[in-house]
Design a binder for this molecule. Structure first.
Ligand SMILES: [Zn+2]
Length: 309
């Protein structure tokens, strides 16, 4: 069967709706629910990373399998200083149908879907769509992709004339559309959608807080540098009203402990002083790394004008 008209666009809109605008990760089963013209249509490959349905000239989707911290596969998802994302060929033969399919998607400027594993049991995927294949590095056996705004026409980006601007734009898009949502989904999945501090269980009120800030060189985008936190605890953590010791004990800044105010201050902050985190990931490798907590906790002590321990 040749690719039916409108299938790609319909699939991308359906995923947008099913993920609440790209926020919620989906299981394989949920992705399998997609129908086109009244029939189930498979969007995601079960075996390889690249899905090129039989008869289609261009690939439809790619996937990155979830890896626990310490099991990251090198080269697969690095953003180069050109702001482009990398995706490895299938195997090492450029003529494999899946590799040809991605090359054809590039030539035809077709949007594709990236399923990015963010958790296991069951496997969950962050959906990033559309993304575009814009180049290939045959010596490295990989493709180059961009995650521009859905509305942006990539053919209008003039890479030669405004190289610096284009690189900055692409780097920003890769962060906003790929790395930040993947980090958020990975952290929230590991914490089973609960605030580490207070256990609040509403994803729309939760963030993935970086322990060491994103801009810092230690501030890696890995679950071990993350804590799922509700909005108020996240803000309190970032602004040093709240600190977390490497043994997971929560501390509230001493001047706040003496303040008298309403229930948010009393229950939300003062009463958790000295308590342990209520939720940490079940899987040990996903838990916050002690040296990162220590780094942030020392900053908290400094900000609270206490001696650094
Ligand atoms: Zn909370």
């Amino acid at each position: 069967m040749v690719e039916p008209n409108g299938l790609r666009e319909t699939a991308i809109s359906w995923l947008e709706m099913r993920t609440d605008g790209g926020r919620d990760p989906l299981t394989r089963d949920e992705i399998q629910d997609f129908e086109f013209d009244g029939e189930q249509f498979k969007l995601q490959s079960t075996q390889q990373g690249i899905r090129k349905p039989a008869g289609f000239s261009a690939a439809l989707s790619i996937q990155t399998v979830f890896r626990r911290p310490g099991q990251e596969r090198p080269y697969e998802d690095v953003i180069g200083d050109d702001g482009l994302l990398r995706y490895m060929w299938r195997g090492n033969d450029p003529t494999f149908p899946e590799n040809v399919g991605l090359r054809n998607a590039m030539e035809q400027k077709l949007p594709i879907i990236w399923f990015w594993g963010v958790g296991m049991q069951p496997a969950r995927f962050q959906v990033i769509a559309p993304v575009y294949v814009v180049g290939e590095e045959p010596n490295e056996q990989r493709f180059l992709l961009t995650a521009t705004e859905p509305a942006a026409d990539i053919s209008e980006i003039d890479f030669s004339a405004h190289e610096f601007v284009a690189k900055r734009y692409l780097t920003r898009m890769a962060k906003v559309r790929v790395h930040q949502p993947v980090f958020r989904a990975t952290v929230l999945t590991a914490y089973e959608n609960r605030c580490a501090v207070c256990n609040l269980a509403h994803p729309s009120l939760l963030d993935a807080a970086h322990i060491v800030a994103d801009g810092d060189e230690k501030g890696i985008a890995s679950v071990v540098n993350g804590l799922a936190m509700c909005k108020i605890h996240h803000a309190a953590f970032d602004r040093y009203f709240l600190g977390v010791r490497p043994d997971y004990t929560v501390e509230i800044r001493h001047d706040l402990l003496e303040e008298v105010d309403g229930p948010m201050l009393r229950h939300g902050l003062q009463e958790i002083h000295g308590q342990k985190l209520m939720t940490v990931p079940k899987v040990r490798q996903d838990r916050p790394q002690a040296d990162l907590l220590k780094f942030k906790y020392d900053e908290f002590r400094t900000a609270a004008k206490l001696d650094v321990v």
